[in-house]
Design a binder for this molecule. Sequence first.
Ligand SMILES: CSC[C@H]1O[C@H](OP(=O)(O)O)[C@H](O)[C@@H]1O
Ligand code: ADE
Length: 295
Amino acid sequence: MSSTPKSEEIQIGIIGGSGLYDFEALTDVRRVHTSTPYGDPSDSLVIGSLEGVRVAFIPRHGRNHQITPTNIPSRANIYALKSLGARAVVGVSAVGSLREDFAPGDLVIPDQIVDRSRGHRADTFFEGNTVVHVPFGEPFCGTIRPSLIEAARSRISANVHKTGTYCCIEGPQFSTRAESELYRAWGMDVIGMTALPEAKLAREAELCYTGIALVTDYDCWRAGHEDVSADEVAEVMKSNTAAAKETLLGLLKDFDVDTRCSCQYSLSTSIITPIDTLRSSVSRHDDWLVRKYVP
Ligand SMILES: CSC[C@H]1O[C@H](OP(=O)(O)O)[C@H](O)[C@@H]1O
Ligand SMILES: Nc1ncnc2[nH]cnc12
């Protein structure tokens, strides 16, 4: 069903993960091929309407799942979404469970992340002559999370966990059993390879970022269970993606970005390089984020 957009402006970006390579419910669709100062995004972006909201969708591994986690061009993806006008981003991802009571098929709206990646992925936009330290104590947007939880709880039959710490490894290999046990002992709840650097970059780009984590497996810690495999993740995601899409439709039903949300002005107290020096020397790369703070 085609719905009249409430605004022509793109409000929100959706980044699809494993198993979520398109969003067939989008109407009034056009495909945008774009390149950015950070290279090409993972794929062309699909712009369309969902529940009357203009949305930009991109599959983070590419539509044929050909980009490994280390090589995901997250800076280009976030730049492309921001430059199309998005004020918020939802990242959908497949995750392993690190606890008994988070079962395959469950949906988690994570509230924390621990970075266990190997430092091979660019995780800041600020590599020029502007030094910026954004707050990241709450890595997921506290304004949109409650709406996402409410949307999931009211629209899907799967178990919804309203908090969870996402342990982000870089992969592409899955974890060893000793690592998996360690992450469990540290109190982490789910494990994946992609919420970072996405969430960090979204915060630097002053976008509200939240995640929908779809549990596909028990990683490799659970006695009596086969260790996770890519085939298992793909198989479980065949049914999980429907829950993610339904949750997104619920979120968008009355969606409006709160311009007072602190994510929307995260740079306002974060630029340590004196504004006076920036006025004359802000580098081309940093300019698109910093310019509004340079009088
Ligand atoms: C296909 S298994 C491992 C793969 O799945 C997850 O991807 P995404 O977060 O994009 O859904 C995980 O992070 C790995 O990239
Ligand atoms: N067990 C796991 N480890 C890392 N990433 C995953 N994505 C889905 N399941 C995963």
